[in-house]
Design a protein around this ligand. Sequence first.
Ligand code: ZN
Length: 422
Amino acid sequence: MSIFIKNVLLNDKRCNIKIESNRFVKIDSNLNINFESNPSTHTIDGSNFAILPAFYNMHTHSAMSLMRGYADDLELHTWLENHIWPLEQNLNEEIVYRGAQLAILEMIKSGTIFFNDMYFFPHGTARAADELGVRADIAPVLIDGMDDSKTEELIAYAKDTISHSSEYSNRIRFAVSPHAIYTVSANTLKRAAELALNEGLPFQIHVSETETEVANSLKDFGLRPVQYLDSLGILTPNVSLIHCVHIDDKDREILYDRGVNIVHCPVSNMKLTSGRFDYRNIHKKGIHLTLGTDGACSNNNLSMLDEMKFAALRAKSDSGDPTVAPAQEIFNIATKNGAVAAGLDAGVIEKGKLADCMLVNLDHPSLVPTGHLISDMVYSASPECIDTVICDGKILMQDRQVTGEKEIIRKANEAYRDLIKK
Ligand SMILES: [Zn+2]
């Protein structure tokens, strides 16, 4: 099927856009050219819309949407050990599937078409992402409790998961994600990194999230977390380090040299008071930077609009400099930087690129008066201004309607009751 978007605003100019198969094939500012080539072309009147790249959420635990609001206002380790980890004992693939559906529904409705997921029962998440039409890198979370006698069992589990990739569309990819340096032994970290490199897959890990983590790393390994990972030979360009709140000059030097991607999750960091992410120096160093929402349990939504606003405000507030993190820079980090980190030929609206985009309603109050679209998207937009979302050349939402929405919400509430066993 092809899609013809007529008279839509792109970079302040009206144009006609044609999507064929899964790519933008024509973009023309001559509005007299009609791209409605055959009766199967789906035409969208873009008169009230601007077209923008969609969002790439580089870190989440999607099924945790079922735990939204479940254990708020707690310290990270109390939160994990006393609340989240015990509840996770009740998970099964069906609960994860329902939680991931809820998360993906929320992501589509706020303009996100890709997410990088680290969680249990990855087939539940993969099935939900495949059915709802988004792209995803999905990794089973690897935790050995610092016991390297479990390494081979965990690596076999990761390999087995990856071996099922062909059962899903090519929008879905399995990845490798050990949880953190304080829950995974050096041996498992090394073997997991080798597996990711050999299979050409992304590798993600939470790093330097809290001061406690850094202090324990210095005590246990004699090195700061980033330097410890580097000493294990793990930092290669397929690696994304999540958080990196507590990193010093030497850490930044290493991350830049190794071509590693940082996933900044400002809302999660603020909610758990993890510390101050040094946006200004990380950006100045030229380290590849992307944004993630983290799970709904520590956020509590999955809107990249909120994430952009908090990233910008936090960077300004922490540096005492309102010129830091300007809107266009933050918007690029949430869109094309994510696509680059995910290895996708996407993230910008250009002829030949993969057709991932959203149409925003220029009559929505949060975008009025028109004329400062990127600034409005970062500072004032609400998800309701996003009318249409397209991923891989397919419409996932139009007129803010997603197929099967009511059923997803009903089943998510049922799955929540199963999870808390009530
Ligand atoms: Zn996380």
